[in-house]
Write a protein that binds this ligand. Structure first.
Ligand code: G4P
Length: 298
């Protein structure tokens, strides 16, 4: 599948973000816990040089808990602070203030030495589209916050949201563009719905998703779609046969009783995106990946 991405206004956005980043102490980067690398733009490392970094593994409710832990450890190894969150229901958000203080310890200490007391940490939320930035800002800032006004950011219209005595957020999130280094990244972003569905072939996408699930999360697949393994083991099915089976058991049929592949494909994709296929992480940290590949080649 050939996935194309046209990042409009990329250069302009990058320039604006560079200016905004000058104003802040801490970058709060949201990533999608199901695809923690594919949902980042690696340029943020360059843009955020010298700033404290907090990674929020958002949508952690949709990702495998074991992998959430593994990714947390991996990001920590890269020098980032990490909190697992669910911006939609607010879980994990309470931990953030403490971690921010920890992440900005040096700045706070520097301020103190200069006799500046209680200057809030200034932070900016960044992430690729659909990763949950607005949901996060709404639930984290909530109603309690007050816009401090009169302290303009560089980009016109920017304001600071005072969350509490110790933390201020730039009110507009920085939108990063995903980086398509290879088709794999495009595919992962398509699975999670971060690429415009119109440009994708749903049947192919569902087949790819089924292929991934067969390999890494077979049980989720067989249970959700009652795959009769007593008749034929899962690895003996082709992805297309499975899609036909799903169409049949879910009543996605055309007039003559033929499977409606497109409808079944949509159903599978929807099931995955809404978490009905279980908590699924699509990308593995390097060590885990090596181990899985090793086991495959045994
Ligand atoms: P953005 O600003 O980064 O573009 O993302 P936005 O907040 O609009 O969130 C994109 C979608 O992801 C929204 O769903 C939102 O509810 C959902 N979302 C955000 N955080 C989480 C999370 O931690 N867990 C889960 N399960 N979902 C999350 P939507 O379907 O587009 O809208 P709606 O149905 O919530 O109205």
């Amino acid at each position: 599948m050939n996935i194309q991405w046209y990042p409009g206004h990329m250069t302009k956005a990058k320039r604006a973000m560079k200016e905004d980043i000058k104003l802040i102490d801490l970058i709060i980067e949201l990533v999608d816990a199901r695809v923690p690398l594919a949902s980042r733009n690696p340029d943020i490392d360059e843009l955020g040089k010298g700033k404290a970094r907090l990674i929020l593994l958002n949508k952690s409710d949709l990702a495998s808990e074991r992998m959430n832990e593994a990714w947390t450890a991996w990001f920590q190894k890269q020098g980032c602070f990490v909190v697992k969150v669910n911006a939609r229901n607010g879980s994990g958000l309470k931990q953030i203030n403490g971690v921010v203080q920890e992440a900005c310890k040096e700045k706070i200490e520097r301020d103190r030495r200069r006799g500046i007391l209680n200057r809030p940490v200034r932070a900016m939320v960044v992430g690729i589209p659909n990763v949950g930035k607005s949901t996060f800002i709404n639930s984290f800032a909530g109603k309690a916050c007050t816009k401090t006004g009169n302290k303009p950011g560089v980009t016109k219209g920017n304001q600071w949201i005072r969350l509490n005595k110790t933390l201020e957020l730039l009110d507009t999130p920085g939108i990063l563009w995903p980086k398509f280094e290879d088709q794999r990244v495009g595919l992962l972003l398509a699975f999670i719905g971060s690429i415009n569905d119109e440009i994708l072939n749903k049947d192919e996408l569902a087949v790819e998703l089924i292929r991934f699930m067969m390999k890494h999360y077979p049980k989720n697949l067989t249970e959700r779609y009652s795959v009769p393994e007593e008749e034929k083991k899962l690895d003996e099915w082709t992805e297309e046969e499975l899609l036909a089976h799903i169409a049949k058991i879910r009543g996605c049929l055309m007039k003559g009783g033929q499977p409606d592949y497109e409808k079944a494909a949509l159903l599978v994709i929807d099931d995955f995106r809404s978490g009905k296929l279980g908590r699924v992480t699509l990308e593995f940290p390097p060590e885990e990946k090596e181990q899985r590949e090793h086991e495959e080649n045994k």
